[in-house]
Design a protein around this ligand. Structure first.
Ligand code: SAM
Length: 260
């Protein structure tokens, strides 16, 4: 029997919102030295292209019409590759700890004795704020940020939105484009003022990112002009400070728009 390969390792790496220059240096080094790369749908081709020749590249998210892999299959695949002794990089859009299933993957790998390291990334909310010149917190105006998901379960919002009623809370809402109308109703029902500033950023980090601004009671309209990219919704007083004019790196191209 051939001797068993020493156990490899898995790095759960945040790729940031898209452009390679928004990778952390640690993430860049991880990708450049990967022997196997498993990447999600939102990871940019430019970043995937940084992996060395000979690196096994496996797409796990929905891309180009292909279905996404089941989480259990991804877990098994990471384990198999690590057991072959490979340095595996599991590359996720944004930050792996923000709606990135990092907890599940890390627990699975550790339970099987595989060394795991998490490498943080720039989450969509931070990229959107930087690009369109608004803060997520602001002294005296916004003292709390809530990262929430508005993913629908059986057609309905699963979350209790009471935490978003506080006028000093900034809500950064992920996966919310199809449920924007419901989010708006639930937040207003919870006590948030209908006139609260709100915005939507599509493809944050990309030079062609889109910004649409308005108010909470018109949230569904703000997401209606989607061009098919990932969308982040921000609700809170800080949204009134957003501006495409102040953006420098990743400055908005003709695609951006603002509405009142
Ligand atoms: C499964 S979550 C992953 C979030 C990711 N881990 C992060 O930290 O940004 C996917 C959702 O994040 C948001 N998102 C991710 N990348 C984005 C981008 N570049 N621009 C706007 N929203 C983005 C969208 O709401 C999208 O539906």
């Amino acid at each position: 029997m051939p001797p068993e390969a020493p156990l490899g390792s898995v790095r759960l790496v945040g790729a940031g919102p898209g452009p390679a220059d928004l990778l952390t240096v640690r993430a860049l080094r991880a990708v450049e030295t990967a022997q196997a790369l498993l990447y999600d749908a939102l990871v940019d081709d430019e970043v995937i292209g940084l992996a060395p020749p000979g690196c096994v590249r496996i797409q796990t998210g929905k891309r180009a019409g292909r279905a996404s892999m089941e989480q259990a299959a991804i877990n098994r695949l990471m384990l198999r590759l690590a057991r072959r002794g490979l340095r595996v990089v599991r590359l996720k859009g944004g930050d792996p700890s923000v709606f990135g299933r990092v907890g599940e993957e890390s627990a699975f790998l550790k339970a099987h004795g595989v060394p795991v390291e998490v490498v943080p990334g720039v989450t969509a909310a931070c990229a959107a704020a930087a690009q369109f010149d608004f803060p997520l917190t602001h002294r005296g105006v916004a003292r709390r940020v809530v990262f929430a998901t508005a993913r629908l379960e059986a057609g309905a919002l699963a979350m209790d939105w009471a935490a978003g009623a506080d006028p000093e809370t900034t809500l950064a809402i992920y996966m919310g484009s199809t449920a924007a109308g419901q989010v708006s109703q639930r937040l207003i029902a919870a006590g948030r003022a209908p006139s609260t500033p709100a915005l939507v950023v599509e493809n944050a980090g990309d030079p062609h990112a889109g910004l649409t601004t308005g108010r909470l009671d018109r949230l569904a309209e703000l997401t209606a002009g989607s061009r098919g990219g990932p969308m982040l919704i921000v609700v809170g007083e800080v949204a009134a400070l957003a501006s495409a004019a102040g953006a420098c790196e990743g400055a908005p191209a003709p695609g951006w728009r603002m509405s009142g």
